[in-house]
Design a protein around this ligand. Structure first.
Ligand code: URA
Length: 234
C-alpha cells in the first residue's frame, strides 16, 4: 500500500514537471558542508595537476627569469600548512621552499615549539623567484593566489600559517597591515571551507629586524596552543 502511494506520488510529480515544462526543482535536502578526507593518492594526483598548471603559466616575468618552479616541501598529509612569499636564490637553485637563511630560521622557529619540519607542509604564494628577490607585484600575487587557493583546498589543513605580508595579501587582500594583524586567529573561506589562519612575521623580516622576534615568539606559542587543543601530531 505504502509502495503504491509512493509510486503514485512520483508519477504525479513527473506529470507536473512535464505539464509545466519545469527543468529544475528545488529540493530541500541538507547541503554537505564538509570535505571528505582525501586519500594520499588523490592528493598526490591533484598536486601533480596543480604543478602542471603552474608550469604552463605564460607571460609571467617571474617565470621568465627564474631557473625553475618551486612548489612544495614536507608532508601533504599534514594538518599544518605554512605559506611564505616566494623563492629566493637558494630555493631557485634547489627547487624547494625555505632552504636558505630564512629557511634555517624557520626551522629553528618550528623547533622552538616542537615541530619537526618534515611533519608539516610548506609552500609559497609565487612559485618562481622574483628578479633580485623583489616583492611580488599585486598583479602577480593575484594571479598566483588562484593556484594558492587550489593548493590549500588540496592539502585541506586544520591550521594555516601565513608568513609575511605577501601571504597575507594573497588571501586577505591589501587592506590589512601585518604589524596589526599578526598573532590573531582569523577564519578564511577557501572553496566553501573555513580554515583557521594565523598571520605572523616572515623569517626573512626577522633576520633584518631581530628585535621583532619577541612578537614571533608570542605567535609561535599561540600556534603551539592551538596544535595541542586540536591534538595535531607534530
Ligand atoms: N622566503 C619565502 O617566502 N619563501 C622561501 O621559500 C624562501 C624565502
Amino acid at each position: 500500500m505504502e509502495i503504491e502511494n509512493k509510486n503514485q506520488n512520483n508519477n504525479n510529480f513527473q506529470d507536473m514537471i512535464d505539464l509545466f515544462e519545469i527543468d529544475y526543482v528545488y529540493e530541500n535536502k541538507p547541503i554537505k558542508r564538509t570535505l571528505d578526507k582525501r586519500s594520499f593518492e588523490d592528493k598526490q594526483s591533484l598536486l601533480e595537476n596543480l604543478k602542471k598548471k603552474i608550469l604552463e603559466i605564460n607571460d609571467c616575468e617571474l617565470k621568465k627569469s627564474a631557473k625553475q618552479m618551486v612548489f612544495n616541501d614536507g608532508n601533504p598529509e599534514s594538518q599544518i600548512m605554512i605559506i611564505g612569499e616566494g623563492p629566493g636564490q637558494k630555493e631557485d637553485e634547489l627547487g624547494k621552499p625555505f632552504v636558505g637563511d630564512a629557511g634555517a630560521l624557520l626551522n629553528k622557529m618550528l623547533g622552538a615549539i616542537n615541530i619537526t619540519r618534515s611533519n608539516i607542509y610548506i609552500t609559497n604564494v609565487v612559485n618562481y623567484r622574483p628578479p633580485n628577490n623583489r616583492k611580488p607585484e599585486p598583479s602577480e600575487i593575484n594571479r598566483y593566489s588562484v593556484f594558492l587557493r587550489e593548493h590549500i583546498n588540496i592539502i585541506d589543513p586544520e591550521i594555516l600559517i601565513l608568513m609575511g605580508s605577501t601571504a597575507m595579501e594573497a588571501l586577505f587582500g591589501q587592506k590589512l597591515k601585518i604589524s596589526k594583524e599578526r598573532g590573531k586567529w582569523k577564519e578564511i573561506i577557501v572553496n566553501q571551507k573555513t580554515y583557521q589562519t594565523i598571520l605572523t612575521f616572515h623569517p626573512a623580516y626577522l633576520l633584518r629586524q631581530p628585535e621583532q622576534k619577541k612578537y614571533s615568539w608570542t605567535d609561535l606559542k599561540m600556534i603551539r596552543k592551538r596544535i595541542d587543543e586540536l591534538k595535531i601530531s607534530t
